[in-house]
Design a protein around this ligand. Structure first.
Ligand code: FE
Length: 332
């Protein structure tokens, strides 16, 4: 009898072990492997759940999710920019997830109101300037860059980039379409050159005195300063007395047809935890989305800044209007 019990409990144990081993989450990610692998490895160590991932361009992965439909292997979609996450949700590819842990860890403005996606890191887009030709007291807001004093001195990224679309969407949200149209016209009039294809080109143009001010995501600034610590470039937190710095996210959502939604939710919650947030924000010099986690040492010297608290679903909702307005005002 005893032996029979022992055999039975051993086989139960074997079954449990097997089910843990086969517990896998599959992630489609537009974030590069070196940014996500260290996280997934740590998650596996902590939980025993293994993570498979496939990386690719954000749009291509969305198309793939659409094509695969119910047959998809993906349990989670991970990408940058709320505009992309919003689009995935609008295409009915994500599952609404509202959990206490996510609500506690991630501020409301960085999460979809319906729970389709959540921010996991914060990307701030703010003013970069020449410390040789610009005084900080002349800097203030995004809209001030439309002022005549910046005539022939401004560099901007192309309007095709989702970072630009999201920023303009936030301006529409705060100021309305007419006022935002004036700001865009002012920017276009002040441009020193045709809009740049990359944030790094904007900083190169400032360093070569082609222009004096521009807008960049701060992790590009971090990368440049790591290579050229003496570069005559400064970072200025925009709109600190008004709406706050325009922030965006990298984030993720559980897919609508996830075969392992429970483990995917567990991964999403784990990614919002203090431990994961420290690893994640440090890897790409972004800011933690969880406000209880301090910024990485390498960027904490830039100081704390007030974030724009507009809910990031707005960048998706207002994106079409932003694109149309930029076209009307000749922002290429
Ligand atoms: Fe980027």
């Amino acid at each position: 009898m005893k032996i029979k019990h022992l055999i039975l409990s051993l086989s139960v144990l074997a079954l449990v072990a097997q089910s843990i081993a086969s517990d896998t989450v599959t992630v489609y990610s537009s974030r590069k492997a070196h940014l996500i692998k260290p996280l997934f490895d740590t998650f596996t160590e902590d939980t025993g759940i293994s993570v498979k991932y496939l990386t690719g361009k954000g749009n291509a992965l969305i198309e793939r999710l659409k094509l695969e439909g119910k047959n998809t292997h993906a349990d989670m979609y991970m990408t940058v920019d709320a505009g992309n996450l919003w689009y995935a949700a609008s295409q009915d590819l994500l599952l609404p997830v509202q959990t206490k842990t996510l609500k506690n860890n991630i501020p409301q403005h960085l999460r979809d109101p319906n729970g389709f996606w959540s921010g996991l890191s914060v990307r701030a887009r703010t003013i970069v300037y020449s410390t040789e030709r610009v005084s900080r007291k002349d800097l203030s807001t995004y809209q001030d860059l439309a002022d005549k004093k910046w005539d022939g001195r401004l560099c901007l990224r192309t309007s095709k980039k989702i970072y630009t679309k999201s920023l303009v969407a936030s301006l529409i949200h705060h100021h309305g379409e007419a006022k935002t149209g004036e700001i865009i016209s002012g920017w276009v009039d002040n441009l020193a050159a045709t809009p740049n294809a990359k944030d790094s080109h904007i900083m190169d143009a400032i360093l070569s005195a082609q222009c004096d001010v521009g807008l960049v995501n701060t992790y590009y600034f971090a990368r440049l300063i790591a290579k050229k610590p003496d570069a005559a470039l400064g970072l200025f937190w925009a709109n600190q007395n008004t709406t706050g710095v325009h922030v965006n996210i990298s984030g993720a959502g559980v897919t609508k047809y996830a075969s392992n939604p429970k483990a995917a939710i567990q991964l999403l919650e784990w990614l919002s935890s203090a431990k994961a947030q420290r690893i994640y924000a440090g890897l790409n010099k972004e800011y933690p989305a969880n406000p209880n986690v301090a910024a990485d040492e390498s960027i904490s010297g830039w100081g704390v800044f007030k974030q724009d608290k507009m809910n990031l679903s707005q960048v998706g909702i207002l994106q079409v209007r932003a694109v149309k307005l930029m076209q009307e005002k000749g922002y290429r």
